[in-house]
Design a protein around this ligand. Structure first.
Ligand code: G16
Length: 538
């Protein structure tokens, strides 16, 4: 029986960089999740009888909202819901399922790398039929619906048991509970040389994969330890927990410090890797060699042909604007285009759909390709393994050689988290106001507020971050995060290119010291936010 429940709009249900992300207690308010899910359906057209994929990263409150989403999908006329067993699907696996089964779209429950638990974060995101995060056109339509909603539709009967694989009915709709790992593992086997990677592990290659008590545990265990023969215990923190074991499932040098310390120690394995809450980010560390996400994108692109799935070469590379220009140098050498998009994986979708780019990446620990329409943590790890299996060199040797061939982009991101939102927007405004006057001073060549004209659909996206470009090619970028749930997070991206191989061995913060000081001075960060130091440096 379908019930129509009267409701009133909530303020602030505007999807950010990647869906709607809020604290769990916000989502737990009566009708809050229901309003947003109904607004998603109301913002879409033509899904009657079609398939919706539903899954999440297993964080606290996942199961409850999965049940609600299934009941609402039934009441709104979907023909079938495909849901991962126990409501689990990594973000890239959800993207794959949407594509593989030609679903109408998908609802992905995740707040990615943000902490979980009763006081942690939660999120809901809609992905379209290409498997990618909804375009701004769709998220704008959804947001408009959240402001005028008066009722939502829900099936009265409870959702079926999602703990067991199989098919059942809810009203007129079929609910299909699927193995969350199988199709994804099949896709990986098509892209990579599993025999070569198996031989690498057989030769004694040692690795540690930290799943951070999040979604990639089952995927990494099945693929690395199961299909590829990595030693038992290669995957650590492999059981997804609703609160991620009380940790912050963000694979960076702050939150994956234990892994970093191991890789810098005398007991280091050959490779250390980690993924985040929903499995789309990655961290790559070789023995004594951290690889920045921007460098990783460039190195994966430069070596992609070693993997069967990319043997024909790349159509193009795409990176988000704040990501370093290391990938641009690879594209230039390969004679292909490098596209510069705003932050947000959704901006890669059109380029991938149009066959203009094959590999994409972001400084925020995301890399991926046209195999799905999300970034993909385990994919990046497997491509690194494929490259290592073919080149039989250490990560450090591959990195150094890459810098010798292409030059090194010293690069760092400084985050000032949870600062006062008004102070942060005041800081951005003041930079914008000085756009005409700063160039000429401090060896600044140009300054702009990044805007993107999508070459496929012609749409224009403005106000995507303030870029200060220096005469020697260095760069400082300021933007406000679109994924935080408390106050504002100011991100400052600092980059300097070093062509001279004799100067490639500097410590990153030391190599950027002058630019870092200038980044604080130009924006008046301490005066405006009260922060003398960033909260996180990556
Ligand atoms: C999301 C987006 C990414 C973006 C990242 C950080 O990732 O999909 O494209 O780079 O947020 O965005 P911001 O700088 O606005 O916080 P995820 O892994 O959180 O879904």
């Amino acid at each position: 029986m379908i019930e129509t429940v009267a409701t009133t709009p909530f303020d602030g249900q505007k999807p950010g960089t990647s869906g709607l992300r809020k604290k769990v207690p916000v989502f737990q308010q009566k009708n809050y999740a229901e309003n947003f899910i109904q607004s998603i359906f109301d913002g879409l057209d033509g899904f009657a009888g079609k398939t919706l994929v539903v899954g999440g990263d297993g964080r606290y409150y996942n199961r409850e909202v999965i049940g609600t989403a299934i009941r609402m999908a039934a009441a709104n006329g979907f023909g079938r819901v495909m849901v991962g067993r126990d409501g689990l699907l990594s973000t890239p696996a959800a993207s794959n399922i949407i594509r593989q089964y030609q679903a109408f779209g998908g609802i992905v429950l995740s707040a990615s790398h943000n902490p979980g638990g009763p006081d942690g974060d939660f999120g809901i995101k809609y992905n379209a039929s290409n498997g990618g995060p909804a375009s701004e056109k769709i998220t704008d339509a959804i947001f408009a619906k959240t402001k005028t909603i008066t009722s939502y539709r829900i099936e009265r009967s409870p959702a079926p048991d999602i703990g067991r694989i199989g098919s059942s009915k809810l009203g007129a709709m079929t609910v299909e509970v699927i193995d969350p790992v199988a199709d994804y593992a099949g896709l990986m086997q098509k892209l990579f040389d599993f025999d070569a990677i198996r031989a690498l592990f057989k030769s004694g290659f040692a690795m540690r994969f930290d799943a951070m008590s999040a979604i990639t545990g089952p995927y990494a265990t099945a693929i690395l330890e199961g299909l590829l023969g990595a030693a038992k215990g290669t995957v650590v923190n492999g059981t997804p927990l609703p609160d991620f074991g009380g940790h912050h499932p963000d694979p960076n040098l702050v939150h994956a410090k234990e892994l970093y310390d191991l890789l810098m120690s005398k007991d280091a394995p050959d490779l250390g890797a980690a993924s985040d809450g929903d499995g789309d980010r990655n961290l790559i560390i070789g023995r004594n060699q951290f690889v920045t996400p921007s460098d990783s994108l460039a190195m994966l692109a430069a070596n992609a042909r070693l993997a069967p799935g990319y043997a024909k070469g790349l159509a193009g590379i795409a990176r988000s604007m704040p990501t370093s220009a290391a990938a641009d140098r690879v594209a230039a050498k390969l004679g292909i285009k490098c596209y510069e998009t705003p932050t947000g994986w959704k901006f890669f979708g059109n380029l991938l759909d149009a066959g203009m780019a094959t590999i994409c990446g972001e400084e925020s620990a995301g890399t991926g390709s046209d195999h799905v329409r999300e970034k993909d943590g385990l994919w990046a790890v497997l491509l690194w393994l494929n490259i290592l299996a073919k080149r039989r060199q250490s990560v450090a040797d591959i990195v150094r050689q890459h810098w010798r061939d292409f030059g090194r982009n010293y690069y760092s991101r400084h985050d000032y988290e949870e600062v006062d939102a008004e102070a942060a927007s005041g800081l951005m405004k003041s930079l914008r106001d000085r756009m005409g006057t700063l160039p000429g001073s401090h060896a600044i060549k140009a300054m702009d507020d990044f805007a993107y004209d999508d070459p496929v659909d012609g749409s224009r996206t403005e106000g995507q971050g303030i870029r200060i470009l220096f005469e020697d090619g260095s760069r400082i970028v300021y933007r406000l995060s679109g994924t935080g749930t408390a106050g504002a997070t100011l991100r400052v991206y600092i980059e300097r290119f070093e062509p001279d191989a004799a100067r490639h061995g500097l410590e990153t913060q030391a190599a950027l010291v002058d630019l870092i000081a200038l980044s604080r001075q130009l924006a008046g960060i301490e005066a405006r936010t009260g922060r003398a130091q960033p909260s996180v440096i990556t």
